[in-house]
Design a protein around this ligand. Structure first.
Ligand code: SAM
Length: 318
């Protein structure tokens, strides 16, 4: 055979069409068909020691977080024990710093929960320092060019965005979550607040950021074949997602599933360091991503455990 014709035939790449990957998901209902079950979920007791590597002594002393576990504790204390470059992505919903001492106005018969918790109360300086501390840790434990999605509202998102720019992180996009059934504004002195934002960062400098995960075709498929916009109209968390207890800022699963699908791949390890009632963790579990959560309050850890257990029981029944 001549040199020209001896060229090896390139093997066709195995590809999964986006339509096949997401065909089982009933997005309109915010529900998905079951995936294969792993071992039943159990809360973590102790993290395991990382195996020895050629990395620095500091890195060697780090502990690997167990997959699919919720760690109860303070975000900095827990994360500082973990090695660098470990997670494929982070999707998280930090305190918004909107808690107030006053009971506040509320509509009669409304199920709206106002945030009065200690975990959501900071002075502006404290909030900046708190954000820098956790964002630095998140960048350290997330892989280079990994996605970092951060929730916020007008109260805190500008602070977080400004700090991200100061830290020379690449802002890829932001998503506006619009809530068609938002609470009316009782004061009638301003527009009804009906949006939240998700800041999408790539874990690298503005110049070097590249090859972040974006499942473009899955998003297009979800949007009836049109490019997905960064304006997502999704109702507030439905009652059926709160049957295991109420969290004042619980996010709807439909929103979390869309983010997980857009910004991570099956088998990836996703971190939510402000896990609350476990919405990110549940969305990852449904979509075959591995997850790790951190939450400080026992009450919310219990809600998250109940939700995850229930989800897995339901899947076993099907
Ligand atoms: C905005 S909520 C997250 C809600 C979550 N997305 C959900 O759907 O349930 C923020 C959570 O972070 C937790 N938190 C606040 N400060 C923390 C800290 N320093 N360490 C660990 N968790 C913390 C709070 O207890 C709260 O549950």
């Amino acid at each position: 055979m001549s040199g020209a014709t001896a060229k090896k035939k390139e093997k066709p790449k195995a590809s999964i069409r986006p339509a096949e990957r997401i065909k089982d998901i009933n997005w309109q209902l915010g529900e998905v068909d079951p995936f294969d079950l792993d071992q039943p979920y159990e809360p973590v007791k102790k993290p395991v020691k990382a195996p020895k590597s050629k990395k620095s002594a500091d890195q060697e002393a780090k502990l690997f977080p167990l997959h699919n576990q919720l760690y109860k504790g303070d975000i900095i204390e827990v994360m500082s024990k973990w090695p660098d470059n470990h997670f494929d992505a982070c999707i998280t919903d930090p305190p918004y710093n909107i808690a107030s001492d006053r009971k506040g106005l509320s509509w009669a018969f409304s199920s709206h929960v106002t945030i009065q918790d200690k975990w959501d109360r900071f002075t502006p300086d404290e909030y900046e320092q708190f954000t820098v501390n956790w964002l630095e840790q998140v960048c350290r434990v997330t892989k280079e060019n990994g996605n970092i999605f951060i929730f916020g509202s007008y109260h805190n998102i500008y602070t977080i965005g400004a700090l991200a720019l100061k830290m020379d992180l690449r802002i890829v996009n932001s998503i506006i979550w619009t809530k068609p059934n938002a609470q009316p504004n009782i004061t009638c002195r301003m527009f009804t607040e009906s949006t939240e934002q998700v800041l999408w960062l790539c874990n690298n400098s503005q110049k070097k950021a590249k090859k972040w995960t974006f499942n473009y075709h899955d998003m297009k498929e979800l949007n009836n074949g049109k490019q997905m916009r960064n304006y997502w109209d999704i109702p507030l968390t439905p009652k059926r997602e709160r049957i295991h207890g109420k969290h004042p800022s619980q996010k709807p699963l439909r929103l979390m599933e869309r983010l997980v699908l857009a910004g991570s791949n099956p088998g990836d390890l996703v971190l939510d360091c402000f896990a609350g009632s476990g919405s990110t963790l549940l969305a990852c579990d449904r979509l075959n991503r591995n997850w790790v959560g951190i939450e400080r309050e026992s009450e919310y850890c219990d809600i998250a455990h109940r939700r995850l257990d229930d989800e897995r029981k339901q899947r076993r029944l099907l």
